[in-house]
Design a binder for this molecule. Structure first.
Ligand code: PGA
Length: 241
C-alpha cells in the first residue's frame, strides 16, 4: 500500500487522472472502474482536461461503476448513472455501449447484481479502479459488517450513509434505503486500485484503513491485502496517520 499526501483536492485529482492516463496509454482497451461522490469530481475534471489535450483516448475502453441506488432510474438526477454522464462520460469519447453501471431499476435487483458480476468477469476484470471512502470506512456501498461480501450484491444503507448522502436530496426520507454494489471481492480483483479522500471527516476511516486491523468493521482495511493500491489523501484526511 502506498499513501501519498497532497495539499489540495485539485492535486489529488491531477494525480489520479495521471494514473488513468498511464493505464490507457499502456493498454488502450483497458477496463476502468469509476466511482461517484464528491471526492472524485476533481479527478474527473482532470481526466476531461487530459482528454481535451489529446493525452487520453477512451475509444477502446470499457467502464464499470461501483454501485447504484435501488429504485432510481438512470435518468433520475441523483442516480449514479446520471452523475457519471454529467461529470465524465458526456465529455470524453467513451463508447456509450461500453459504459456499465448496475441497473438499480430493473425490478429484480438480485438478477441485476448477478448479471453485473458476470459482465465484469466477461470483460476480463477491472484494470484500474478508483474508490472513495465513507466516514465509516465503507468502500462502494460495502458498509461495516461482520464479513466481507464477495460479489455484487444488494445492501441496506446504514443511517450514517443516509445521513452523509441526504445533502443531495430534499431530505433524508428521499434517500433510497437500498443500493446495489460491487462486493469486496469484486473490488479486490481489480488489478490496481486508487483510493482518494479529502477532509477531516475521513481522517479516522483513513487511519483505520491504513494502520488498523483488517476487519469488515472497516471495509477499506481489506485493501492492506491488495498488492497494488495507492491512497491519495489530503493533509486533513491524513491527520491521524
Ligand atoms: P464522498 O463519498 O466522495 O461524497 O465523500 C465517498 C463514499 O461515500 O464512498
Amino acid at each position: 500500500m502506498v499513501v501519498k499526501v497532497y495539499k489540495t483536492a485539485e492535486e489529488i485529482g491531477k494525480a489520479a487522472a495521471a494514473m488513468y492516463a498511464a493505464q490507457v496509454i499502456k493498454k488502450p482497451d483497458s477496463v476502468l472502474g469509476f466511482a461517484t461522490g464528491s471526492t472524485p469530481i476533481p479527478t474527473y475534471k482532470s481526466i476531461i482536461e487530459l482528454y481535451n489535450e489529446g493525452v487520453i483516448d477512451f475509444s477502446q475502453v470499457t467502464t464499470f461503476n461501483l454501485d447504484e441506488y435501488s429504485g432510481l432510474d438512470g435518468t433520475h438526477d441523483q442516480s449514479y448513472r446520471y452523475f457519471m454522464m454529467q461529470n465524465l462520460f458526456n465529455h470524453i469519447n467513451v463508447r456509450k455501449d461500453a459504459i456499465n453501471i448496475i441497473n438499480g431499476n430493473s425490478g429484480d435487483d438480485e438478477k441485476a447484481c448477478k448479471e453485473y458480476e458476470e459482465r465484469i468477469n466477461k470483460a476480463g476484470g477491472i484494470d484500474l479502479q478508483i474508490l472513495g471512502i465513507g466516514n465509516n470506512g465503507h468502500i462502494a456501498f460495502n458498509e461495516p459488517a461482520d464479513y466481507f461480501p464477495n460479489e455484487t450484491h444488494t445492501v441496506k444503507l446504514t443511517e450514517s450513509t443516509i445521513e452523509a448522502n441526504k445533502r443531495f436530496f430534499n431530505s433524508a426520507d428521499e434517500v433510497p434505503k437500498y443500493a446495489l454494489t460491487m462486493g469486496i471481492g469484486s473490488i479486490m480483483r481489480a488489478r490496481s486500485i486508487i483510493l482518494i479522500a479529502t477532509g477531516s471527516a475521513k481522517a479516522q476511516a483513513i487511519y483505520d484503513s491504513v494502520k488498523g486491523n483488517i476487519t469488515p468493521n472497516c471495509p477499506a482495511s481489506v485493501l492492506q491485502l491488495h498488492n497494488d493500491v495507492t491512497f491519495l489523501v489530503d493533509e486533513a484526511a491524513a491527520a491521524k496517520l
